[in-house]
Ligand binder design. Sequence first.
Ligand code: CUA
Length: 193
Amino acid sequence: MTDSLSPAQPPAQDDGADRVERVEHRWAVYAIVLMILLVAMAILAGLQQATLPQSLVETVDPRTLHLAGEFIDSNLGSAVEPDGSVTVRAIGQQYSFTPECILVPADTPITFRVTSRDVVHGFLITGTAINLMLVPGYVASLPARFQTPGERYMPCHEFCGVGHEGMWGRIKVIDKAAFDQMAATTKRLNCVK
Ligand code: CUA
């Protein structure tokens, strides 16, 4: 009975199955092309990274900071460079910064150079974008400029042990003329009392 009523149905079903197969085939091709593309991108990105030169990494021996090199105690603090800019060298250690109060002039190019004596510490100046991670063995360096005089806090923001919460310092930005006057007689400045 069905034979006489719908003689064309079996071919129609075949058409439907063919169409489904074609669509599935197309999706499979898309998926494979996409996978090949992603793998190719990963390979290219890896090759590019492997061939590019490393960004500047400065190392320093945390065990001998106090004995030699730019982080000896007498060289810490703010120093005026021949070009008029100021370099600030500081160290983080469990659980303080040296110097604990950093003194810098307003409206002057400043370079922070900071490292750690023991474990990872954080160096952050509140109200600014200055935010460094102090990793023992490496020098964290950052250019900065403070437009106006004022005082800001400098908390350690990387958990560094039981005394972490008590590890913080201050940074005092003073008038450029006043700073230059002090720098005329003192080679390394800070505001530790
Ligand atoms: Cu140093 Cu937290």
